[in-house]
Design a protein around this ligand. Structure first.
Ligand code: GRF
Length: 203
């Protein structure tokens, strides 16, 4: 069977992107990254894509007069490249219905906290400041509300007394790199069934 074609949207360093690329190269997942799109010209994620021979596209939000037009451009490239699953990996923009509506239940995100706790852009620092003893990461389907879609997989890590934002982020990131490819593979194998808020993993 043909592999699932994955398009990744990333704004930054792209270590999650790299983990997905590596898992694909090692044939650990039935999916391949065929396209990386960034809203940042200097995103290292674009370089990572280039190094792996993956099409890398910078779509400058400033060049579009509205969010809708920027998202329409993203949709066009995703469709031209026959992308079956969109993965947000450190993509720092909230998506609207223009993109979400075109890829319903086919957009995933990874968040560095155990949702629904600590949504937003500071998941690790917020968990630390709150004083929780356990945090982690969550892969979920994307809906209009930020970090609120149905949860696919979660992994927990301990929060240690002497943790800093950096040390906790590093511990969480190690889990992210395992969790995201796992979730993509389940999707690729047709093993995720969404019913309302719940995602069942079927065998
Ligand atoms: C990760 O912590 C991810 O959970 C969050 O953004 C960060 C992206 O890191 N959404 P990277 O660009 O994949 O290294």
């Amino acid at each position: 069977m043909a592999k699932l074609r994955v398009g990744v949207l990333a704004s930054g360093g792209g270590t999650n992107l790299q983990a997905i690329i590596d898992a694909s190269k090692k044939k650990q997942i039935d999916a391949e990254v065929v396209l990386v799109i960034s809203d940042k010209r200097d995103a290292f994620a674009l370089e990572r894509a280039g190094k792996s021979g993956i099409k890398a596209v910078f779509l400058d939000p400033e060049k579009y007069s509205s969010k809708e037009l920027h998202e329409n451009a993203i949709v066009k490239i995703l469709e031209e490249n026959c992308v079956g699953l969109v993965c947000l990996a450190g993509y720092m923009r909230l998506l609207t219905d223009h993109l979400i509506g075109k890829f319903e239940n086919r957009i995933m995100n990874i968040h560095p906290a155990l949702l629904p706790s600590f949504p937003g852009t500071n998941g690790q620092a917020d968990a630390l400041a709150y004083g929780v003893k356990v945090s982690g990461c969550t892969v979920h389907f994307v809906e209009l509300e930020m970090d609120a879609g149905p949860i696919i997989l979660q992994a927990a890590v301990p929060v240690l007394d002497d943790d800093t934002k950096e040390s906790l982020s590093k511990r969480i990131l190690e889990q992210e790199h395992k969790l995201y490819p796992k979730a993509i593979n389940l999707f690729a194998k047709g093993r995720l069934k969404i019913t309302g808020r719940k995602v069942k993993i079927i065998s």
